[in-house]
Ligand binder design. Structure first.
Ligand code: PHE
Length: 508
């Protein structure tokens, strides 16, 4: 293409045609000719001067006015035909849709309007529809007809432009002139210098070689990025591992109601077990319990729900309702990772029964949970919980508060507040709040408590073993750390890929 354009120029005499004319002469697209000229310019075969040319482009509406007449003029002439004054309703009936726009643009110019009548301005006669004539003229405008500047300066044209009846289209084009290295044929330039070129001294003829662009940016390297939320997750995980916690396996997003609710002494009528709050599975809708030990435990849990239990700590009356095994078998998307904690606690109680050796433990997990919630700036239907528990002796609120304070201090949140709360499975229970600097208010970042004997006793834990536990938000502290006010910037399908790509793998 560059050679074709170069030959066409070399054949003619200067001044050479501009890029637009050249495109017409060669039967090429203007863009292609401009591309070829620019590459010739880069090699100094030609020098280019950039020029601009404009033309008018009528809107569809204006094109119609140019042939059918403008609505204001049509209204004006209809008025004159009625002796200069007429009822709105009458005119509207005659002109239809044109009446309204004619009224807008013709008022004060051709006629005055009062409540029900239009009245032609004194002294006006029916001349030609000058706007329609002008629009027709603008409609004929093309690049290089030479009338743009004169027309654009006219008051009437400016008035039509304010009414958005046309747009101005601008073309950038180029005037080529002979360049410093002009020649009628394009020399083939080589990109590489060989040993032979050095030996034969061919390198001394610089024109043979492509020049190097030393300012070119290198190709962007695709390095691994980490989703900002996952980065915060790995930081949290690291902190908990350093604090001596073991990680629980959480690869179990579908859970049955038994582990998610019943094992946690959550009564079957509890509103959290409603379809409004929990996603129930259609297939498979229910879990069958087959393991004998497990079946015995399920029965024991049912018993505690119905009638309670007793140990050295005291006596519980239970919830006093007829517990249903079928309800417990229903599958759900886990609503909290406390379901995982209840599984681990039961396993650990089994181990204690088998071995007779009590092992205090500190466990954690960070994974997704699901709730059927209305979404807003701080709520999602799918989010992460930082779950944890400590199994030991004589553990209570002081240990719980101290752990929570320590943990948050490690991620830079030092102003933590506790609020008494209620969970069916913990007593006492506390919600955890901290101040969100971007949202400028306290936000709940977690919930916690001391597991109730009604939960631990049927698992087989002796009364002197106590368990403190918590479920903390991952997203909210992450929002605080990353300074984002809307959770959707951090999680879900609207997270900008750029944020991920630009998040270096190593930080904090
Ligand atoms: N499961 C609770 C929640 O989802 C958190 C929690 C865990 C509370 C353990 C107390 C004990 O909010």
């Amino acid at each position: 293409m560059a050679q074709e354009v170069l030959s066409a120029l070399a054949k003619g005499t200067e001044p050479w045609p501009n890029s637009w004319k050249l495109a017409q002469e060669l039967g090429l697209k203007h863009d292609e000719v401009v591309g070829a000229l620019k590459s010739l310019e880069a090699r100094e075969y030609v020098a280019l001067e950039q020029l601009r040319e404009s033309r008018f482009e009528l809107s569809a509406e204006a094109a119609r006015y140019a042939t059918e007449g403008t609505p204001d003029y049509r209204l004006f002439s209809a008025l004159l035909a009625r002796g200069g004054r007429a009822e709105r309703a009458e005119l509207e009936q005659e002109l239809g849709a044109a009446f309204k726009s004619g009224l807008q643009s013709g008022a004060k110019r051709f006629f005055t309007v009062d409540k029900s009548c239009l009245q032609v301005l004194p002294g006006l006669e029916l001349g030609e529809d000058s706007d329609a004539v002008l629009l027709a003229q603008l409609g004929r405008s093309a690049f290089f007809t030479g009338d743009f500047t004169e027309l654009a300066a006219r008051e009437e044209v400016k008035r039509l432009q304010r009414r958005k009846l046309f747009e101005v289209k601008t073309l950038n084009y180029y005037q080529p002139r002979r360049g410093a290295r002009f020649a009628p044929t394009l020399a083939v330039q080589r990109a590489d210098l060989t040993a032979e070129d050095l030996a034969t001294e061919a390198w001394r003829d610089a024109a043979q070689f492509k020049s190097m662009n030393l300012a070119a940016l290198g190709r962007e390297t695709a390095a691994g990025g980490l989703h900002p939320l996952m980065k915060v997750r790995s930081a949290f995980r690291q902190i908990l591992l350093e604090m001596g916690f073991e990680e629980m396996r959480t690869d179990r997003f579908v859970e049955n109601s038994f582990w998610n609710f019943d094992a946690l002494f959550q009564p079957q009528q509890h509103p959290a077990r409603d379809a409004q709050d929990t996603f129930f599975l259609r297939t498979p809708a229910a879990t069958e319990f087959v393991d004998e030990e497990l079946k015995a435990y399920v029965a024991a849990v049912g018993e505690v729900h119905e009638r309670g239990c007793a140990n050295e700590l005291g006596e519980s009356t239970g919830w006093g309702y007829a517990w249903s095994g079928a309800e417990a078998r229903k599958n759900v998307l886990r609503t909290h990772t406390t379901a995982i904690s209840s599984r681990y606690l039961w396993q650990m109680a089994q181990e204690l029964k088998r071995t007779g050796v009590f092992r205090p433990r500190k466990l954690f997990s960070i994974d997704r949970v699901y709730r059927n919630e209305a979404l807003d700036a701080t709520h999602l239907a799918e989010f992460h919980q930082v779950e944890g528990l400590i199994v030991g002796r004589k553990l209570g609120l002081p240990h719980l508060k101290s752990f929570i304070r320590q943990f948050y201090a490690k991620i830079g949140i030092t102003q933590v507040r506790f609020k008494p709360a209620y969970n069916p499975y913990t007593e006492p229970s506390m919600e955890i709040f901290c101040f969100h600097p971007t949202l400028q208010r306290n936000v709940e970042i977690g919930n916690s408590g001391v597991f109730r004997p009604e939960m631990l006793a049927p698992m087989g834990w002796p009364a002197d073993v106590s368990v403190i536990a918590w479920g903390l938000s991952l997203e909210r502290p992450a929002m605080i750390q990353l300074g984002c006010a809307n959770i959707r910037e951090l999680s879900g399908h609207r997270v900008p890929v750029k944020n991920v790509r630009e998040a270096p793998v190593v930080t904090l």
